[in-house]
Write a protein that binds this ligand. Sequence first.
Ligand SMILES: Cc1cc2nc3c(=O)[nH]c(=O)nc-3n(C[C@H](O)[C@H](O)[C@H](O)COP(=O)(O)OP(=O)(O)OC[C@H]3O[C@@H](n4cnc5c(N)ncnc54)[C@H](O)[C@@H]3O)c2cc1C
Length: 363
Amino acid sequence: MNTDVLIVGGGLSGLALASKLEKSGVNYLVVEANDRLGGRILTKSVKEAGFDYGPAWFWPGQPRMARAIEELGLGYFGQYSNGSIKYEESDGKVFANRGFSSMQGSYRVKGGTGALINALAQRLSKENILLSHVLHSVEQTVQGISAEFNAPKGQVQIHAKKIVLALPPRVAEEKIAFKSEIPQTALQAMRQIPTWMAGQAKILGIYDRPYWRDAGFSGDAMSRRGPMVEIHDASPSEGGPYALFGFVGFSANDRLQLGDEILKMAKEQLVNIFGPEMGNPLSLEIKDWAQDIRVATPLDANGPGYHPAYGLPAAMRNLWDGKLIFGSTETAHQFGGFLEGALEAADQVFATLNVKDLQKVSV
Ligand SMILES: Cc1cc2nc3c(=O)[nH]c(=O)nc-3n(C[C@H](O)[C@H](O)[C@H](O)COP(=O)(O)OP(=O)(O)OC[C@H]3O[C@@H](n4cnc5c(N)ncnc54)[C@H](O)[C@@H]3O)c2cc1C
């Protein structure tokens, strides 16, 4: 198979870049390892409402997200924040009225962040998207690059002028064999970039009633006991079902050891904080991103604990005469790590591709 720009990774950054290339009339392919698009964006439907197991928020002052929502014809709404925050001590004692909702002022996408992915994918030519193709090796050729994928029907080789790795640099360094030489400094730089939120896990409890709202609470809670340490309302913009989600405070290793026991503990915690009705969820599920090999490496098990200064390190620029390009949110200079950063990364890559030349001649 041949193309001009080979985008590896069908998350927000890869799809945003693809939509720019599609609009510009450049030949491209998006190749994704999973059997679904979205990457860290994972929205599951329950009774036709979307619930986010990955990112849920964007914020004022993020221009690309605002533009994408508008251009894609999507809706957005404010994070539910009526009512006060609850606080659970390490001994299980619960206090109410500990201040305002902590994520007040954050925005959410109507239908979940997956709506962004669906809307972008709909604007791409279907034949330009390959799912369930895992990139395992890539090399430089005279013409450009040659990439090898494990695919459902065996090995697939794709030749392109340029390859864009729209996936976490750490995952690339761990999982992809670079058969042509790459400086050690570049490999080291890739390894050193923590993948944003990769060590986290989210638990979602979905209910037919918003029991916490009925009792006058926002659904926000902080806990020193766990398993969830930070809980927020995750309900749709209108109607139900209703949901709370929590970031899990236990380490990736402890989560693994606990297995399903952690959901039992989470249910008990929700009952303890918000009352007995919380004992009967429609669904209670965990997404442990630290166990997702397309997102996290063992280095990500214990996240950095702060928001790193992201951007594209000098050592990762101009590799293979500019034919090997990095483009996940981690490479964005201003908003790295965020959804906004994924869109920024797509802009950055698009600016470095010589689109005029690519439009003229194709492979
Ligand atoms: C729990 C959680 C909560 C978050 N909350 C927020 C939030 O509220 N707001 C916010 O702005 N951001 C949040 N984020 C961050 C946000 O999810 C990311 O910024 C964004 O989704 C990154 O998009 P991306 O396309 O750059 O990377 P990814 O979404 O990681 O996409 C990379 C893609 O590459 C694919 N891939 C990997 N390896 C290969 C391979 N070898 N071959 C082919 N394909 C491959 C992967 O399967 C994946 O689809 C959160 C993240 C998590 C995990």
